[in-house]
Design a protein around this ligand. Sequence first.
Ligand SMILES: NC(=O)c1ccc[n+]([C@@H]2O[C@H](COP(=O)([O-])OP(=O)(O)OC[C@H]3O[C@@H](n4cnc5c(N)ncnc54)[C@H](O)[C@@H]3O)[C@@H](O)[C@H]2O)c1
Length: 325
Amino acid sequence: MAVKIGFIGSGGIAGHHMRQLDTQKGVRMVAFADVDMARAQACADHYKGRAYQDYRAMLDAEELDGVFICTPPHVHGDIEFACIERKLPMFIEKPIANNLPTAKKIARAVAEAGIITAVGYHWRYIQASVEARKALKGQTICMAVGSWCGGFPGVPWWRRKDQGGGQNIEQTTHIFDLLRYLCGEVTHVQAIYARRIMHTRMKGSTVEDVGTTNLKLASGAIASITNCCCARNWGMVGLKVITHDLVCEIDGSDGAIIPAEGARRQIPAAEGQAARVSAAFINAIKRGNPALVASDYADALKTLAVTIAAAQAAESKELVRVPRV
Ligand SMILES: NC(=O)c1ccc[n+]([C@@H]2O[C@H](COP(=O)([O-])OP(=O)(O)OC[C@H]3O[C@@H](n4cnc5c(N)ncnc54)[C@H](O)[C@@H]3O)[C@@H](O)[C@H]2O)c1
């Protein structure tokens, strides 16, 4: 029997997941909800499902095996609680919220209900990350250097700090998460953010457009992650992990392992790797095994705690301890 999926939020990233799910066997996309009914309807027409403007009506009417929650960062809370009440497995796009209290409440409810969750930290699934994790086993990680530098996303909520949360919480979160995945937990952060130009170019923009964050890890390693969203037609996005014996580079879709001696090993994107993040969730549902996903709600909460701590550090200009969540 095919796994029946519903979407809450049928915008940009939802469309990406729909295209990936469409390539997978044993999945049917049956229902699509969006406050913008035209978007839900377009998806329903394309995938031969039903459209809803109110996600609650969708949850009441449909017999779903799982949902993809692909709403902006400020639209989390009621949606998750409605799904948890129905014991529905949830795939939630990162960031899981734009604030810690909401995410902590959801995490508690998820744990109590014992449902399968997955979060859209797809960098964990790319071949370069899989190989880097293997190569780093047993190595003393000295340092990591990461960045998400590039242009300004066009979706309207992104420019509002009270909605998207700012670049680190919303976007660079992928790099913070990958740092945790490859190098372990972060205990302290320092950060400097500034607004240089985008508030003059994007009407209503309240987000900082440059920043740099220093991080101290539980292992004793240190890291630095730089972000900007002010550059037109240029980008520098990725993470480099440095040890005495090797360096791992991850660049979004591919990467490399560079040993101190011997040849650099390039790791190209694996075929179909873009589908891995959604396929892992579908497989977890099929097999009833939450361990098949590389990022679940409880783990994503820890990444959110780091990016929120960085925002607090930028505000207070102090070294901030990352809360244990
Ligand atoms: N994993 C990735 O690489 C990646 C890439 C892009 C976006 N994202 C994440 O996905 C999320 C959505 O981003 P997007 O680019 O798709 O945004 P988007 O604005 O294109 O789509 C969001 C959709 O949610 C709908 N929506 C808002 N409130 C709703 C509600 N209460 N009920 C139902 N629908 C509602 C909007 O109408 C819109 O169609 C963000 O958290 C973003 O960070 C992740």
